[in-house]
Design a binder for this molecule. Sequence first.
Ligand SMILES: Cc1ncc(COP(=O)(O)O)c(C=O)c1O
Length: 422
Amino acid sequence: MTFRTDLGYARDLDAADELREFRRRFVIDDPQLIYVDGNSLGRLPRASLDRSRNLLERQWGSRLIRAWNDSWFHLAEKIGSKIARIIGADPDEVIVADSTSINLFKLVMAALEVRPDRVKLVTDDLNFPSDIYVFQYTLNLARPNRRLAMARSPDGITVPIPLLEEIIDAQTALVALSHTAFKSGFVHDMAAVTALTHDRGALMLWDLSHSVGAVPVDLGKSGVDLAVGCTYKYLNGGPGSPAFLYIRQDLMDHLSNAIAGWFGQENQFGFDLDYRPAAGLRKFLTGTPPIASLALIEPGVDLVLEAGLDRIRKKSIAQTEYLIELWETILAPLGFTLNSPREARLRGSHVSFGHPEGWRIDRALIDRMAVIPDFRRPDNIRIGVSPLYTTFEELHATATAMHRVVDDRLYEDYPIEQLGVT
Ligand SMILES: Cc1ncc(COP(=O)(O)O)c(C=O)c1O
């Protein structure tokens, strides 16, 4: 079948989609609403409704404190072991805790401690700002003579490996990067960058927030040391659901948690006044996990495991490719630029389109066209593809709506001032 811009073609693609049944497993109460922001906040899995009812009524309501021993106490490890299967880790190498930023803080502090003679932390300017704030702060805290070295993307879209080769050196303690960049969707070559990092004697940390559940990752095969990631995007864990952290098995005994607390204590209910870290990853816990939010991660993770990352990636590539073909045909002539890699191999599961009026176009899409993408400064409209529920028809409608908003100048009705959450 050759590419066409008509709705019939989108429907043909949906009919041939082998993951199409998964859409019914999500709450979609307004079929007219086109949600292309699953890369920010994933949709609600139907199974999470039953899970939350069970958690509130049966566990909290009836079992009360006994529920800790029934199932809550080891929930962080249980869900971590399922996430491990999605990212190519061993079951006891992943645990769920805190937010991505806090996990990053813990792992960066731990990594800097085991490379005491090295002064550099290497990252790139496509990384998520929160990660960079954490790096700046931890470097200051750990030792004032340490510094951040940042590879600068030549095009705002990609960071070619030679740029990293130039700055990762014998002074480097840690290389910490986002596997899939939040703005452009660029995907680093995990195996190659990790090998380069190890070659120079540094540790490698990946932020998997925009990859997990959408882009295949094999931490074990790539020999990755450390990783963090969030669960509310392609894992559909819910707003503010806790994040995960990964430490390679053989490193675990050498690393310590800078935020000690009773959930990371060896014998938590011994109430000993001296801190002795628990064995394995549990020492990277700190305080009481938010059980209600933690429990709701599991249904989304189960859906990803059931669908399988190979099928998810195959559909994700077909859908981002389709979107880019629509851009070439109907959006580029209206001044939209492609701010994501053209090559599928280098691209995650969202596509960014730039336009000088990006912010007002985004507002008009949400208010007038019932299309929900998101916006990232200065001019990026991000279209997120979540293969478990995004349809080709929705992508067709999104591109058509973007065309209409610009062609009919509908965006002119919206103010230039930006809202709190974009
Ligand atoms: C790549 C990346 N890292 C870190 C974060 C921050 O996560 P958290 O709010 O859980 O700390 C985000 C949030 O969207 C992100 O996209």
